[in-house]
Write a protein that binds this ligand. Structure first.
Ligand SMILES: C[S@@+](CC[C@H](N)C(=O)[O-])C[C@H]1O[C@@H](n2cnc3c(N)ncnc32)[C@H](O)[C@@H]1O
Length: 272
């Protein structure tokens, strides 16, 4: 990819916990893992436009290490805490109850959309839960400001909700918020760790373009996009590839997925 071409990077990397992603990457010496993370983080910074945003989802332990790398190129904006249910303490540790979503920007952010959440109501009676210190009447009818503490983001662990078996998929709302905060329709989102394709669905849902990579295979991602956005899935990609990628002579190769038919066969489009 060329430098400074994407508006937002969203990354949910493997955490080196020995998980079997069928690609042999998720258990190496810690130093080797961090060296690899340094490479993809700096490369992702390189492809980010000035004013672009970089989100990284990680355990707090990894997040502090990623933060020092991100800080070499970008400005810190937020450590967003996401409550995490169903984890367990290892060794002499406290009970882990949150993950971090680091949010950095390349210089001053070009886009910052303030998101609002609906005012909370009781699941049973439908009435509002808080009285907002007696100032309810002065509240914005569109809801309360999103904070850096998210409590509605625990993943669906049941396999029937998962797009790709065996992969820790994020709830759509996580990349969706990142996309909505930091981009406008037509902008480009890049996620280097596709997994089940949550980020790509979030981008599609809100009319953003996206670029993705996935080491394992992209069949689940393709299926997800095809099922949810059949029109987009059948469309010819809209970019001038020479503006985004070098090696234009390899376009055809790049566009052909590791599995499934080629982009050319699917769209009837010819890439020189
Ligand atoms: C935690 S999952 C991402 C899940 C994704 N955010 C979602 O919600 O569906 C990490 C993914 O990174 C992929 N991966 C690992 N190493 C990679 C690499 N070098 N390049 C591209 N993808 C890689 C793994 O196969 C796995 O699917």
């Amino acid at each position: 990819m060329r430098s400074a071409v994407v508006d937002t990077v969203f990354a949910d990397p493997p955490f080196n916990l020995g998980k079997d992603y069928k690609n042999g990457y998720d258990k190496v010496e810690h130093a080797e893992y961090i060296a690899w993370c340094r490479e993809w983080i700096l490369e992702s910074c390189r492809v980010l436009k000035p004013g672009g945003a970089f989100f990284v989802y990680a355990t707090p332990e990894l997040a502090v290490q990623f933060a020092t790398i991100l800080g070499e190129r970008l400005e810190f904006r937020h450590w967003i805490s996401l409550t995490m249910k169903g984890t367990y303490p290892r060794g002499k540790r406290l009970y882990p109850a949150h993950y971090a979503l680091l949010y950095y920007s390349r210089g001053s952010p070009r886009v910052f959309n303030r998101l609002r959440l609906p005012i909370e109501t009781c699941r049973h009676c439908g009435r509002e839960i808080k009285d907002y210190g007696g100032h309810r009447d002065k509240m914005n009818p569109e809801g309360v400001n999103l904070t850096d503490f998210w409590t509605d983001t625990s993943p669906n662990r049941h396999s029937k909700f998962k797009v790709r078996p065996g992969v820790n998929e994020l709830k759509l709302i996580i990349p969706e918020r990142a996309v909505l905060i930091s981009t406008e329709p037509g902008d480009i989102v890049f996620d280097p760790f596709g997994g089940g394709g949550a980020t790509y669905q979030a981008a599609e849902k809100h009319d953003r373009h996206w670029i993705g990579t996935e080491l394992y295979d992209s069949a689940h991602i393709r299926k997800r996009i095809r099922e949810n956005y059949p029109f987009s899935a059948a469309c010819r990609p809209q970019f001038h590839f020479e503006k985004l990628f070098t090696h234009e002579d390899k376009q055809h190769e790049v566009l052909r997925g590791s599995e499934g038919e080629s982009m050319q066969a699917r769209t009837g489009t010819r890439f020189p």
